[in-house]
Ligand binder design. Structure first.
Ligand code: AMP
Length: 371
């Protein structure tokens, strides 16, 4: 199937063409047609599947086709997402896909000065991308009104629950008009999320994209059995072997991430760590440096890396194993995105064997060993 066959309008097709997307991903094929008809959607999919475009394209297209006539530009679409990093990534997608349309968007998230965000809002935006806390703040100060919202996206609903945002979401929902289109995305469906989806969706189309199968298909996975004290040396040689390629290294702890960054820097390899102890600006700078190739290696903790979208990331290394098998799938899913191939290497010491066995059960394969 092609993007043309999904009846996407010319200005958006032009932007997709520039992105060099060849064809829609499975979630885009399934979600775009009903979403364009203003149906509600319940999408079980994680980042890496192309879900941002699956909701952004139909929203831009619907707003473009029914341009607002009045002088004031009310917010007509709201995208709610749990983290600032995700909000920024979604904003980049809207900026790109809408560049040949007159659809305007704004972005609000916490941890930074609110004034530039308010200035942008005052100029009028059609689509607002927001994290819950700052959005509620701006609503209570009277800078945001949601009574004209026609399209509502709830992104990473399960992550919202994990991060304690469920009440905030309910408060936002009360500010939204009853009649609207809702596009609801969650990688998993724990009972509170299933209940929430049931209470806000009207005859939704359900779309399931299972990450496990796609992960196994597109990512080459290998494990190194290694003594704990030999991990450092092995990591340095693996990163050197990767030559000029970008490498994302996962560490279970913040201190571990800092330590690994120091080890690599000492070995002459440009690297930076991102984790929750660093300021928003420091995290954003590290991410920008990594994405642009200025820093070749980024070391991340699981929370900091959640949902990170890094194009062309050929290699992920698990310096240690995550306690939860699902986290392994999230980690290695940073590579091999949207049909590209990728490699994931895991350093497993004796005391981590039981975690590795749980992971293998989860992904349904025995991960081949390299030494
Ligand atoms: P997402 O799941 O929205 O975070 O998207 C994951 C990555 O896939 C992003 O880097 C997108 O730019 C990319 N992407 C989205 N749709 C396509 C497509 N149809 N073809 C190739 N890449 C895509």
């Amino acid at each position: 199937m092609t993007f043309q066959e999904l009846n996407i309008i010319e200005p958006i097709l032009k932007a997709l063409d520039e992105k060099k997307y060849i064809k829609p991903t499975p979630i885009q094929e399934k979600a775009i047609p009903p979403a364009m008809e203003c149906r509600d959607i319940l999408g079980c999919a994680q980042t890496g599947t192309g879900k941002t475009a699956a909701f952004a394209i139909p929203i831009i297209q619907q707003l473009y086709k029914q341009q607002h006539q009045g002088k004031q530009r009310p917010i007509r679409a709201l995208v709610l997402t749990p983290t600032r990093e995700l909000a920024i990534q979604i904003e980049e997608c809207f900026r790109h896909y809408a560049k040949y349309t007159n659809v305007k968007h704004g972005l609000v998230f916490g941890g930074v000065n609110q004034n530039p965000q308010i200035e942008k809002l005052k100029k009028g935006v059609d689509v607002l991308i927001a994290t819950p806390g700052r959005l509620l703040d701006l609503i209570s100060q009277g800078f945001v009104k949601l009574d004209a919202v026609e399209h509502f996206v709830l992104d990473e609903a399960d992550r919202m629950l994990d991060m304690g945002f469920i009440h905030d979401i309910k408060r936002v929902l009360m500010k939204l008009p009853k009649k609207k289109q809702t596009l609801f995305f969650s990688a998993t469906m724990p009972p509170p999320i299933a209940a929430l989806s049931k209470s806000i969706l009207y005859k939704p189309i359900r779309i399931d994209i299972t990450p496990e199968s796609s992960v196994v298909e597109t990512i080459e996975q290998f494990v190194y059995y290694v003594e704990k004290e030999d991990k450092r040396k092995l990591l340095v040689s693996l990163v050197k072997e990767a030559q000029k390629d970008s490498v994302l290294v996962f560490s279970r702890t913040k201190h571990g991430a800092d330590r690994i960054a120091r080890i690599l820097c000492r070995a002459g390899i440009g690297s930076e760590a991102i984790h929750g102890n660093k300021s928003q600006t420091a995290r954003q700078n590290a991410l920008t440096n990594f994405k642009s190739g200025k820093t070749r290696v980024m070391i991340a903790t699981d929370i900091a890396a959640r949902g990170l979208d890094i194009q062309d990331l050929p290699l992920v290394i698990n310096y240690d194993l995550p306690d939860v098998p699902e986290t392994y799938v999230h980690r290695i899913g940073r590579t091999g995105r949207a049909g590209k191939t990728g490699k994931a290497l895991t350093l497993c010491s004796q005391d981590e064997m039981s975690m590795l066995l749980d992971i293998q059960k989860k992904v349904g394969i025995t991960i081949p060993a390299l030494c």
